[in-house]
Design a protein. Structure first.
Length: 320
């Protein structure tokens, strides 16, 4: 089995015009736009789809919180798609239309699967000067007019039973656990991707949408996008920051379609040689941040442990 990451995210929205304006400003390119919805396509081939909430083609709501109504995961071949269908049909309803499988995961979140012709992308060369190491002579650092995301790195959902959710994606779909934040959640990546994570489950009282991460070239592109979004009236709670747990530079922006959309850069990339770690949440979440959140009002506990051997459950690790 080879999962290649998020092929598309399908939102259900009430105000199509405002939500489309957000993603236009965010830097995505629309390939279809009409009264029923808007489709955006990223350079890697993944897509964001905006649909009106009353669209009969949308799956039933799984949450009272607005946001993504269905995640379509990309697979590498028709043979893999068939194996996924056969596996999931054993214990749940699976439908198929236009080459896409549709079902729900073990938390009731609608998911789908489609063959994904994921395309390679190119980024501008990043030459950084530092004291004692000069690599850029007689030229400026690359400039950006707007952010233009190239890939979808990951999505995040809140779920009430993290162990059950993780078991479904690892045992049934081949996802790899990459890191665990004690009492907070579990990071996973697809077997056909090397980003630090493509899916994060956050502990929550009920299933809910949280955010999506879009990859850009560098901190310059992150901040160019952030500046433009601010000028267009969109806001962020935290501002610019960097996570320790994945090294990712981030800028989260409140999305009128639900949750947040994130500019991301310089994330860690992993192989199957990677050993998951257990993190204290305050230490793992923030290396530095523009606006100090409540959880960092006191000094964080500096705590991270490599998990050797079989990985204990999230519940067990959270009790320790």
């Amino acid at each position: 089995m080879s999962m290649l990451g998020i092929e598309s995210l399908v939102y259900g929205v009430d105000d199509l015009e405002t939500c489309a304006r957000f993603y236009d400003d965010f830097g995505l390119s629309a390939e279809r736009r009409d009264a029923k919805g808007v489709d955006y396509r990223l350079p890697e081939g993944s897509s964001i789809k905006l649909r009106l909430n009353d669209d009969p083609a949308l799956p039933p709501r799984y949450s009272r919180v607005p946001g993504v109504r269905e995640v379509i995961w990309g697979v590498d071949s028709a043979a893999t798609l068939q194996r996924v269908a056969q596996s999931l049909e054993a214990d749940r309803k699976v439908t198929q239309a236009d080459g896409t499988l549709h079902t729900v995961d073990d938390q009731g979140i609608p998911i789908g699967f489609r063959v994904f012709d994921r395309r390679p992308v190119e980024s501008k060369p990043l030459l950084e000067n530092s004291p004692g190491k000069v690599v850029r002579w007689n030229q400026h650092r690359a400039w950006y007019r707007r952010a233009q995301p190239k890939v979808i790195h990951h999505c995040v959902f809140g779920v009430p039973d993290i162990d059950k959710a993780v078991a479904f994606y690892t045992k049934r779909l081949g996802f790899r656990i990459t890191d665990i934040s004690r009492g907070l959640g579990v990071f996973m990546r697809c077997d056909g991707r090397n980003d630090h994570h493509n899916l994060f489950f956050l502990r929550s009282d009920a299933p809910s949408w949280h955010h999506v991460s879009f990859g850009v070239d560098s901190i310059d592109e992150v901040m160019t996008g952030a500046d433009y979004m601010q000028r267009r009236g969109w806001t962020s709670d935290l501002g610019i920051g960097r996570h320790r747990i994945s090294s990712t530079l981030f800028y989260y922006i409140k999305n009128p379609a639900g949750g947040q959309s994130e500019y991301s850069a310089d994330t860690d990339y992993l192989t199957d040689d990677w050993k998951p770690r257990l993190w204290e949440p305050r230490f793992g979440n923030f290396h530095w941040v523009g606006t100090v959140p409540e959880m960092l009002k006191n000094e964080p506990e500096w705590d991270v442990t490599v998990l050797e051997g079989p990985i204990p459950s999230f519940s067990e690790l959270s009790r320790r």
